[in-house]
Ligand binder design. Structure first.
Ligand code: ATP
Ligand code: MG
Length: 402
């Protein structure tokens, strides 16, 4: 253990974050990090020279600092995260700290020093710092090679007004924008592979996401509800989900199944689901619905059928995975941590009363004819009102006042 204060630095992209936007963005990211890092020994979080610096308590171990950095890197808005130290603006001290930091960087063969001086009241310029710190590191790590282009590790040395920040361990973050900087959306969330990824993509663009899950209860077990709740817990670790509404859809689904031609059942279930989600969006002040649909993936996702479900609502429907291949979606789900949960079998409303030959090219006239006489408005209203809600840790979410 050494005497220097450990820090994690969250770097973000500065492009597109000019003027007023930038301050709002930084404040939002800072609040999100403060709330999401409650389990870590964080003293405070400050903005320093275009980065957010997380100060860790004295005596924090390398393992804890690294675990903290790994959480930070998964928070939307963070493009890169580094682990290092704060120290005095003294070249001898800076060389010593750089040696400690590089010693913690893991396996590497090549490195370089990248010094920045944010205040010219420090006499040594960045080129000279690169050389002084670089020479000291070459002495301490004689078998390592200095490389200017694409080194394995870059030792960052940032001199600011009254301190220096030095780091070597660094990881790519998820990028995007902080949750809470792009408004609110309602996501149709099944326990399948696709919709959690779709939701996460919207959260990564800064949207506060509210899930709506339709279970087959009471016609099926509530297994899908447990799986969706587990997915909620995965998403909340990085502040990506605010709440999940669960709608017990089984009985109404049964009524639909009895009343409409089998080939159109799925489309009509989905039109009702969209309308219930739209009701919830209205109550939540959300401006769009989000689904995990991907063009042509299953019968309900042909262009004709997407048009027929879209027609049921006025709200904009966003489909972040529409052009994605299943294998890409699976690798995103693995990175997110939802894949193992989604791979478990659960009957949900979509597996209930499935027809043998669903229509792949439905026409709206036929859909309208099938819906005639059904008490749709009443069903939608009842289902939305009976939805059960569960909250997750989302620092950017405040319930709308009614
Ligand atoms: P997923 O992997 O997300 O379940 P899928 O490939 O199974 O999708 P569909 O069953 O056609 O495809 O569902 C398409 C989209 O409709 C889902 O991505 C999701 O947004 C929504 N959806 C499907 N079933 C449900 C459900 N039970 N509750 C809430 N939304 C659902
Ligand atoms: Mg599904």
């Amino acid at each position: 253990m050494n005497e220097y204060q450990r820090i994690c630095l969250a770097h973000y992209h500065e492009i597109g974050l000019k003027g007023h936007n930038r301050a709002t963005f930084e404040r939002r990211l800072q609040k999100n990090l403060e709330a999401l890092l409650v389990g870590f020994p964080v003293v405070t979080i400050h903005r320093i020279a275009g980065r957010l610096c997380v100060f860790l308590r004295e005596g924090t171990s390398w393992e804890v600092a690294k675990a903290c950095a790994q959480v930070i890197g998964k928070v939307p808005g963070v493009a890169r995260v580094s682990c290092g130290y704060k120290c005095d603006r003294d070249l001898d001290v800076m060389c010593e700290v750089a040696r400690i930091a590089l010693g913690e960087a893991g396996d590497f063969t090549t490195f370089k020093v990248a010094a920045r001086r944010n205040h010219t009241d420090f006499a040594t310029g960045s080129m000279d710092m690169n050389q002084i710190v670089g020479a000291s590191l070459c002495e301490a790590f004689p078998d390592k090679i200095v490389r200017m282009k694409h080194p394995d590790v870059t030792v960052g040395v940032e001199v600011v007004q009254n301190a220096t920040y030095i780091y070597a361990y660094s990881e790519r973050g998820v990028g995007g924008l902080p949750v809470g900087s792009s408004g609110r959306v309602v996501c149709l969330l099944s326990s399948g592979i696709d919709s959690p990824v779709a939701l996460w993509k919207m959260a990564r663009r800064g949207a506060v996401c509210i899930g709506v899950h339709f279970s087959g209860r009471p016609q099926t077990s509530d297994t899908s509800e447990y799986l969706v709740d587990e997915i909620g817990h995965v998403l909340e670790k990085t502040g990506c989900i605010a709440r999940i509404y669960t709608v017990a859809f089984g009985d109404i689904q049964r009524e639909i199944a009895l009343a409409v031609p089998p080939a159109l059942r799925v489309i009509i279930y989905r039109r009702v689901m969209f309308r219930v989600a739209q009701e919830i969006a209205r109550c939540e002040g959300a401006l769009a619905l989000v689904t995990g649909e991907s063009l042509g993936q299953v019968a309900s996702q042909t262009l004709d059928n997407l048009c027929c479900t879209n027609d049921a609502v006025d709200l904009m429907v966003l489909r972040p995975l529409i052009g994605s291949d299943k294998l890409d979606i699976i690798s995103d789900a693995e990175a997110l941590g939802s894949f193992a949960i989604s791979s478990q079998d659960a009957p949900d409303c979509c597996t209930l009363f499935m027809p043998r030959n669903p229509e792949t090219h439905a026409k709206l006239v036929d859909v309208y004819a099938a819906e005639e006489g059904l008490p749709l408005d009443q069903w939608v209203c009842e289902l939305a009102q009976a939805a059960e809600v569960k909250d997750y840790a989302c620092p950017a979410y405040k319930p709308k006042k009614h």
